[in-house]
Design a protein around this ligand. Structure first.
Ligand code: SF4
Length: 491
């Protein structure tokens, strides 16, 4: 059949969503409009956005901290989003829509007016064998489909909504913002680590939780100060002493490690069924999830990419590009490590049994190399495999959970496949892989409960490996401890 005949026989579709193929565009947010626009955001879990809000408060930028993701967000994300996205996409875009609809209800503004007056700050746009590169356009699709035509987003590391070279943008991802963002994430990590140990070991959990809430507010206040570089360490020292005064139980609970795709691992809310809180409630200690660690992995990955780029560059311009990138990653790693160590020293987490150690990226890469080449990037790269090998070799934990979102390519599709090999090498690793979908809590958490039961048995077996004399001494010490604690409660 000739080309002309084919064209005549093919009927054009009734509806063509042209923007979906060509990409949505919108007007940039410019300085002259700065005061009329409100920035909406939430990052993974409530503490991160709560602390970052200090920056917006200081800069006098209107903002809405959207707080934690909730189950309902997945429904909104699915309603307006493309099919077969990964579940962090549904959670984050759904959260944006839920909040936009809330604004519409509360203010009575039209959708058109809301699109002009609000902007969504989020991550996305970094490409790779994962859907993260599709996030910016997907946010715009979801907003437009929900009726918020020409809604705008501010995306880290993306040119979307920017006029190249223009100095008129109302908001810039400049160095001060990046430093503040880094500090907010570190602070959220350290408070999360404190929560993991205090909820597990505090004699009175309710009191410990009240102290944690108080500490969050103290940090936010110190971070709102223009002198935050000085006020924060002083405040953290005070908080560290406050936590150290919380009475803790003197015992070691079964220890559980959680890893996985970064949203499913670090959401600490409906995004991962409050997984770490559930584990603590079930009578185990859980190792905290660290966004700082994940950021250091990203820097490590880009450093490796830059070194490879320099090695294979075809001209001096390319060499200069990768050298600049290399310098940037090294500086960023130094700054993050500096603030992390400084704040850890101020808190003194060992005094309240909090685990804040960071793992070395080169060591992890070498551990994984044979099974998951560390230069295969995307998602969490070699991390999940390396962590499993490291912890199995050390025999340091009683249970290992790998949590990944429904529809995740690198974590479910690749890491879990390689994990089968790791398990054949270390069959004693009490391993469970779960896929978070935003619903199905009962089924997922009952599987986690089975792993925890096994972890408890394993923990008890390790303790029973003591010599008979050691067992008697240990049992006597436990009994004395219990009597003393009961006495304290009734005093
Ligand atoms: S790592 Fe997986 S869940 Fe995360 S953005 Fe990529 S595809 Fe989605």
């Amino acid at each position: 059949m000739t080309e002309k005949k084919i064209q005549n026989t093919v009927r054009p579709p009734k509806f063509v969503h042209q923007e979906q193929w060509e990409g949505y565009t919108y007007k940039p947010w410019l300085k002259k409009d700065k005061k009329n626009v409100t920035v909406m955001f939430n990052f993974l879990e409530r503490r991160k956005s709560y602390f970052l809000a200090a920056y917006f408060h200081r800069k006098k930028i209107n903002f809405i901290d959207m707080g934690d993701h909730v189950k309902e967000d997945v429904t909104y994300g699915k309603l307006y989003g493309n099919r077969m996205e990964c579940n962090p996409m549904y959670f984050t875009s759904g959260s944006m829509i839920r909040n936009l609809l809330k604004i519409e209800k509360e203010t009575g503004l039209s959708k058109e007016e809301i699109s002009k007056r609000y902007i969504f700050l989020c991550g996305g746009g970094q490409c790779g064998p994962c859907r993260y590169g599709m996030y910016p356009q997907e946010y715009l699709k979801v907003a437009n489909e929900a009726g918020f035509k020409d809604f705008r987003v501010l995306i880290f590391s993306s040119d979307l909504g920017k006029v190249p070279g223009s100095k008129q943008h109302a908001f810039k991802f400049d160095l001060p913002f990046r430093i503040n963002m880094g500090i907010a994430l570190i602070l959220a990590d350290l408070m999360h680590a404190a929560e993991c140990s205090l909820r597990a070991y505090a004699v009175n959990r309710k009191e410990a939780e009240a102290e944690l809430d108080k500490a969050d507010k103290m940090i936010r206040k110190a971070f709102e100060s223009r002198l935050y570089l000085w006020t924060l360490p002083r405040m953290l020292k005070k908080i560290g002493k406050m936590f150290a005064d919380i009475p803790l139980r003197d015992e070691q609970l079964p220890l559980i490690y959680v890893t996985g795709e970064f949203f499913a691992n670090l959401a600490h809310n409906d995004g991962n069924y409050h997984l770490r809180r559930f584990i603590t409630d079930e009578g185990c200690e859980v190792i905290p999830g660290s966004f700082t660690q994940r950021t250091l992995y990203d820097n490590w990955r880009r450093t490796v990419e830059a070194k490879r780029g320099i090695k294979y560059a075809s001209d001096p311009e390319e060499i200069a590009f990768f050298e600049k990138s290399l310098k940037k990653q090294r500086t960023s790693t130094k700054v993050i490590t500096y603030f992390y160590n400084k704040y850890v020293a101020a808190l003194n987490p060992a005094a309240y049994r909090s685990r804040t150690e960071l793992m070395d990226m080169d060591t992890l890469a070498e551990l994984a190399r044979k099974h998951y080449h560390p230069e295969i990037f995307g998602g969490e790269g070699n991390l999940e495999i390396a962590e499993a090998i490291h912890l199995a070799q050390e025999d340091a934990i009683d249970g290992f959970i790998s949590s990944k979102p429904f529809g995740c390519m690198p974590s479910s599709g690749v890491s879990d496949g390689v994990q089968a090999k790791v398990l054949s090498m270390f069959p004693e690793l009490n391993f469970l892989s779960i896929e978070t979908s935003g619903d199905n809590d009962v089924s997922i958490l009952s599987r986690v409960s089975m792993l925890l039961l096994k972890a408890k048995q394993r923990h008890a077996a390790k303790r029973n490996a003591l010599t008979p004399m050691e067992q008697v001494v240990s049992a006597e010490a436990e009994a004395e401890d219990a009597v003393a604690k009961r006495g304290e409660q009734f005093a």
